[in-house]
Design a protein around this ligand. Structure first.
Ligand SMILES: [Fe+2]
Length: 392
C-alpha cells in the first residue's frame, strides 16, 4: 500500500461524475435518476449495434416505467466524426430535449457528452476543441457504458474526428462530466471475446500510463494501481467466459477507475504512438494501444523503475527478491503474458502493418507529441522510430 505521495509542490485536481450507480440491475434505476434530474424529454444517444443487440430496451423500459418517453439517436460512428455529433446536437436543440442518455462504448458516450453540451452552446463541436473553451454547462447527461474500456463516463474529455483533416481532436471541459454514470455489468455479458480483449487492454493502458505519468496525482496513483491489479486478474476470465459475472463486474469497475485515474493524471506515449494505427489501418482503439503497450513500457522502464516494479507486483509477478531493474522488467513480461492470454499479438505485421510503413508510423507518432510530455521518458524522433521498430 502506498503511504506517501510526492506531489507536494503542485496542485492536483480530481473530477468525477456526480453520482455512480454500480451493480447488476443498476440500469433498472435509470428512470428514477432521470426523474431526479427533472427530465421531461429524453434522447438516448447510441449506435446501431446496441439497438440491434436489444440493449436499448433495457434502458427504455425503466424510463417508461417512470412515465418518461425517449427518442433514440442511433447514428453514432466509431471515432465519432464532427458531422455526426453536430447532427445529434441539432436534433437535441430542435426537439428541446432536457436529458441525454449516452448508451454504448466510448464513441456513443463521447457523442452524448458533446450533444448535451452543444444543446446550449451554439455552433459546431469543432468550435470547442481545446481546453475549457465551452462557455456554459449543457443539459443533464446520464452515461451507461456497454463495454469495460474507455472509462468515458468518468472523464471530462471527448474525442472526435475532424474529417476535413482526418485528425483526432479533443474537447476538454468540466461541463462534459455526466450527472450520473450507470455501471451495470449485465450490459457487458454479451460483449464478444475480441472486443472484451481490446477494450479491457485500453483500460489497462489508461491505468499504466497514468500511474507512471510525470503529471500523475495522488488520486490517479491510488485508482490506477488498484485497476491494474483488477484487470490482470479478471480480463482473462472475462475473455475466456463472457458470462462470468464476477469478472464482468470487476472489469467494468476497473475501467471506470482507470478512466477517473487518467482524467486526473494524464496519459502518455502509448496513446500517442497508437493513434496512427487507428487512422491508417482502422484498428480498434484498444487494440492499437495494446500492441504498443509492451514496447513503450520497455522503453520507459528506466524513467521510473520503482513504479514499473509495483505494476509487476500488482499484476501478480513475484518481485520481492529481484533488483529494481529486474522487477520493472517483470511488468513487461506480465503484460505480454496477459496479451497472449487474450489473443493479441504485440507484433505489428500480425495486424496487417507492413514493415515498409515504418516512416509513415514515425510521422503519425510525432504528430501526437503532446502525449509525450507526461511520458516518464522523453522521446526524440529516433526513439519513436526505435519503439515502432521493436513492434515489427
Ligand atoms: Fe484509450
Amino acid at each position: 500500500m502506498q503511504t506517501t505521495f510526492y506531489q507536494t509542490d503542485r496542485i492536483s485536481t480530481f473530477l468525477a461524475s456526480k453520482k455512480v450507480l454500480l451493480g447488476y440491475g443498476a440500469v433498472q434505476h435509470v428512470g428514477e435518476e432521470a426523474r431526479k434530474l427533472g427530465a421531461s424529454k429524453i434522447m438516448v444517444v447510441t449506435d446501431a449495434g446496441v439497438v440491434n443487440a436489444g440493449i436499448i430496451e433495457m434502458v427504455q423500459k425503466p424510463l417508461e416505467a417512470a412515465g418518461l418517453t425517449s427518442t433514440v439517436f442511433d447514428e453514432v460512428l466509431p471515432e465519432p466524426p464532427a458531422r455526426i455529433i453536430d447532427a445529434c446536437a441539432q436534433m437535441v436543440r430542435d426537439g428541446g430535449y432536457d436529458l441525454i442518455v449516452g448508451l454504448g462504448g466510448g464513441s456513443s458516450l463521447d457523442t452524448a457528452k458533446a450533444a448535451g453540451a452543444l444543446a446550449v452552446n451554439p455552433g459546431s463541436v469543432l468550435d470547442y476543441v481545446g481546453l475549457d473553451i465551452l462557455p456554459r454547462r449543457g443539459v443533464s447527461t446520464i452515461l451507461i457504458p456497454t463495454t469495460a474500456g474507455t472509462g468515458s463516463e468518468a472523464t471530462r474529455v471527448m474525442v472526435l474526428t475532424d474529417e476535413a483533416s482526418n485528425t483526432k481532436k479533443v474537447v476538454f471541459s468540466d461541463y462534459l462530466l455526466p450527472d450520473a454514470a450507470v455501471l451495470d455489468p449485465t450490459l457487458t455479458l454479451t460483449v464478444p471475446p475480441h472486443v472484451t480483449a481490446d477494450t479491457g487492454m485500453d483500460a489497462l493502458v489508461h491505468a499504466i500510463e497514468t500511474y507512471v505519468s510525470a503529471i500523475t496525482t495522488p488520486y490517479a496513483e491510488v485508482l490506477a494501481l488498484q485497476a491494474i491489479a483488477m484487470i490482470a486478474r479478471h480480463l482473462p476470465q472475462a475473455y475466456a467466459k463472457g458470462s462470468n459475472r464476477l469478472a464482468r463486474y470487476n472489469m467494468l469497475l476497473a475501467a471506470n477507475l482507470s478512466g477517473a485515474a487518467f482524467a486526473s493524471g494524464g496519459l502518455g506515449a502509448v496513446h500517442g504512438l497508437a493513434y496512427v494505427l487507428g487512422t491508417e489501418y482502422h484498428m480498434a482503439h484498444g487494440r492499437s494501444n495494446a500492441i504498443m503497450l509492451p514496447h513503450v513500457m520497455k522503453y520507459n522502464l528506466i524513467g521510473n523503475l520503482e513504479k514499473y516494479g509495483k505494476i509487476a507486483a500488482a499484476m501478480g509477478e513475484p518481485t520481492a527478491d529481484l533488483n529494481p531493474y529486474e522487477a520493472a522488467e517483470r511488468s513487461v513480461a506480465a503484460v505480454l503474458a496477459l496479451m497472449a492470454a487474450v489473443g493479441i499479438s504485440p507484433k505489428l505485421p500480425d495486424h496487417g502493418v507492413p514493415a515498409e510503413d515504418l516512416p509513415k508510423l514515425v510521422t503519425g507518432g510525432l504528430a501526437q507529441a503532446r502525449l509525450f510530455v507526461p511520458n516518464p521518458r522523453d522521446l526524440t524522433e529516433k526513439d519513436v522510430e526505435t519503439v515502432y521498430r521493436n513492434a515489427f
